[in-house]
Design a protein around this ligand. Structure first.
Ligand code: ADE
Length: 344
């Protein structure tokens, strides 16, 4: 083992958080945790992970659930393609692989929603296979330690950082080594205010020596965010409200929403609905920032007659069953304020 590897594991054994997916090598649980943690912080992710393993203790239970149940449990975590892929993959493993989770890196990498990082994490944590798991924490730690300015979101950067991580990997304990790299990035080599004063690698750290900690890691792309304006209509009529399922390849696919009028520009609703007997009344506005788009959501109370102007597939849903449907969190929040959604 290299000096680096020994120091890292020493640090890890003294400082690791007792996270629930660290006390298991069940590939189903590790896979679930890694999918949740792809775009979610540990604190929020842990609560969802616990709910998922309680409700779906193994892959068969997850496969038997409906997509709607899975999306409902995922509600609030965002990036819902993760939940749809998770469910589809569980069904695939149960029906095509007799419920046996694949055990080699290339087979794990084939699964929907699993990229090189997640495949390496599962392969090393569950099967002790020597693959370096390079997530955002590890990119940050390595870019500073080695003083690398190559952008991490380029093909060249990914190759370079993976190579460095593979060279440092502890082949006897690849799982613990990878967990330790991730944990070190998360707790010590943090994005802002890293704890350089107590870092065991300070003397070896290129960025510390050259005062470049805050400028690393480098990214090349500035993501363009598309602006969208969603006008949601809350229509209550005879103990029901109107909902529709979002279809098509777009954000929140297969979740439910209030009848919506979407615009690419910020246009007053009167112009969008044309002549109606009762103009919808604005009651709430939110700005919802996603990685590639910014959604400006306005909520209106409207009369049922507005629906005649629109062409969705609307369902009248009794107030007491509304809470069963999966919603984007901003709609769930609105409905909660308005009609008090029950929690199951
Ligand atoms: N982020 C991604 N994977 C993680 C893990 N296994 N432990 C802690 N944070 C993580």
């Amino acid at each position: 083992m290299t000096d680096f590897g020994i120091k890292l594991l020493e640090w890890y054994h003294l400082n690791k958080r007792p996270l629930p997916w660290r006390s298991t090598t069940d590939p189903y649980r590790v896979w679930l945790s890694e999918i949740i943690l792809q775009q979610t912080q540990v604190v929020q992710g842990t609560a969802y992970y616990m709910r998922f393993v309680n409700q779906f203790p193994d892959i068969k239970h997850l496969a038997q659930a409906s997509e709607e149940q899975v999306l409902k449990l995922w509600q609030g975590l965002g990036y819902y393609s993760r939940a749809r892929n998770l469910h589809a993959t569980a069904q695939y493993i149960v029906s095509e692989l007799k419920g046996d989770f694949p055990q080699s890196y290339p087979e794990i990498l084939q699964l929907k929603g699993v990229g090189p990082y997640t495949a390496a994490a599962i392969a090393s944590f569950c099967f002790n296979l020597p693959h370096a798991a390079v997530d955002g924490n590890v990119y940050r730690f390595l870019s500073r330690l080695k003083g690398i300015e190559t952008a991490i979101d380029t093909t060249e950067g990914k190759k370079l950082f993976t190579q460095i991580a593979e060279d440092l990997l502890n082949h006897r304990h690849p799982g613990d080594h990878n967990q330790a790299m991730i944990e070190f990035g998360a707790l010590m080599c943090k994005p802002v205010n890293p704890l350089c004063g107590e870092c065991p690698f300070r003397e070896d750290c290129m960025a510390f020596a050259t005062g470049t900690i805050t400028s690393l890691p480098k990214k090349s792309k500035k993501i363009r965010q598309r602006k969208r304006y969603f006008h949601y209509l809350f229509i209550e009529d005879e103990g029901q409200i109107y909902l529709e399922k979002r279809e098509g390849d777009d954000v929140w696919k297969n979740l439910y929403q209030l009848p919506v009028i979407e615009a690419a520009k910020n246009i007053p609703i009167q112009q969008l609905v044309g002549a109606v007997v009762e103009v919808p009344i604005l009651v709430n506005e939110y700005k919802h920032v996603l990685s590639h788009q910014i959604i400006y959501a306005s909520f209106y109370v409207a009369d049922k007659s507005v629906l005649e102007k629109l062409k969705g597939n609307y369902l009248g849903v009794p107030l007491k069953t509304v809470h069963k449907y999966p919603f984007p969190q901003l709609i769930a929040n609105f409905l909660n304020e308005r009609i008090g959604l029950k929690q199951d």
